[in-house]
Design a protein around this ligand. Structure first.
Ligand SMILES: C[S@@+](CC[C@H](N)C(=O)[O-])C[C@H]1O[C@@H](n2cnc3c(N)ncnc32)[C@H](O)[C@@H]1O
Length: 397
């Protein structure tokens, strides 16, 4: 499976070996490591994890391209969709971006908020990676006027005081460390990472604890079907707790999550017998999550029904659930495209703009694979964007 992957450089190999040595020691001392902990370590170990070390990651030189990396259209549309909500909250409004990546979303979004007259009191970024935080800071300090940059704050933890405004996260839920499980004799078994005799990483299964077992049984009940023997997939049993932690103090406002994924019935299709977990290494997508820890991204699709349940538990209602293409089209995509197109005579720039629209909206690119889920709490229904409400597919959840 990994045979055709590009070879890491000597430096990269040494980097990965360093992280591997730490994992081996952990397993030797503590025994088999739940897959979710392996993923957390592979992505977020300070200084060594995929998101925590200095690798390019995003864009053409990196491993994958996210919507904000393609160009400004995505962030412009997101701001347009949230404008009525931010405007209704007036001076109270704050904005919290989870997982700011390279800072490309924040840079365009803050400019668009200024132009739309809805610049929030504070633009907060909650980013676990110290390396990414530094890159975001450098980028925004260069791009923004000093008085606007002064509104940007990096948080170490979700806000403790109650606040009003909007929480936004693009491609963050897919990066949360996921639990993997399989079924044996009608019982739930959780996946663990172990060492073989040569010190290589491998997997084993152990009976699931009450948290994981309970979460799997809940999904089975909701689907009205028991998982077949050997069915292997992912679940985020901690999602409701995570949601409560990041959004519990958002008393009035909205949350917008955009990510790739499906409603539960599609996520756990009987024929999807090996889950949705994927690794990305220099634009190669493959299934070996244990390959070269620290050098590759690891991600799983989002069960949007689970996300809706977690939001409901935290006191929010789902206001809209829409494929990304419809979300962007209902949020001014055509207008922003035309503005960009007419604003230049350069054919290459126009071509790139057209390519951006294609990537964001074509069904086999991001248009149908990505979904937008908007939650609201304590808001007057009238302030929710009408065009978006018309596109709602919430009945599929
Ligand atoms: C795939 S990247 C997406 C980055 C950016 N949102 C974009 O669209 O380009 C995932 C981001 O989520 C961050 N992240 C992971 N877990 C997080 C958490 N629990 N809270 C906030 N951010 C998180 C990562 O560090 C990274 O910045």
């Amino acid at each position: 499976m990994t045979a055709r992957l590009p070879e890491p450089s000597a430096d990269e190999r040494a980097h990965s070996d360093h992280l591997l040595a730490m994992m081996r020691e952990d397993i030797a001392v503590n025994g088999p490591m739940p897959f979710s902990r392996f993923m957390e370590r592979a992505l977020y170990t300070p200084g060594l994890g995929y998101y925590s070390a200095g690798k390019a990651k995003f864009g053409a030189e990196g491993d994958f391209v996210t919507a904000p990396e393609l160009g400004p259209l995505f962030a412009q549309c997101v701001v347009r969709s949230l404008k009525p909500i931010l405007a209704s909250l007036g001076d109270e409004a704050e904005f919290l971006e989870l997982g700011g990546g390279s800072g490309s979303f924040a840079e365009v979004a803050i400019g668009a908020m200024q132009r739309e007259g809805v610049l929030p009191r504070r633009y907060m970024i909650l980013e676990p990676s110290a390396d990414l935080r530094e890159r975001q800071r450098e980028r925004l300090a260069l791009a923004l006027a000093p008085d606007v940059f002064a509104r940007v704050v990096w948080l170490d933890a979700p806000p403790e005081e109650s606040w009003a405004g909007v929480l936004f996260a693009n491609e963050v839920i897919d990066a949360l460390p996921t639990t993997r499980f399989t079924m044996r004799d009608g019982e739930v078994y959780e996946e663990y990472v172990v060492l073989d005799g040569d010190g290589r990483l491998g997997i084993t299964y152990r009976p699931a604890d009450a948290l994981v077992g309970g979460a799997v049984r809940h999904v089975e009940r909701d689907l009205g079907r028991d998982f077949e023997a050997g069915y292997r997939t992912e679940i985020l049993p901690q999602l409701p707790y995570w949601m409560q932690a990041v959004a519990g103090t958002l008393e009035k406002g909205a949350m917008l999550f955009i990510d790739y994924g499906y409603p539960r019935s599609e996520f756990y299709l009987p024929e999807r017998t090996d889950g949705t977990l994927r690794a990305f290494y220099r634009h190669y997508m493959h299934a070996d999550a244990l390959h070269a820890p620290g050098l590759q991204d690891i991600t799983a699709s989002v069960d949007f029904t689970a996300l809706a349940e977690a939001g409901n538990n935290a006191g929010f209602g789902v206001a809209a659930y829409v494929p990304q293409a419809q979300f962007l089209i209902a949020s001014g995509l055509q207008e922003f495209f035309e503005e960009g197109y007419m604003g230049t005579e350069d054919e290459a720039t126009r071509y790139r703009l057209a390519q951006q629209v294609k990537k964001l909206t074509m069904p086999d690119e991001m248009g149908e694979r990505f979904q937008a889920m908007l939650f609201a709490r304590g808001l007057n229904a009238v302030v929710l964007p009408a065009e978006l409400m018309l596109e709602d597919r919430g009945s599929r959840l």
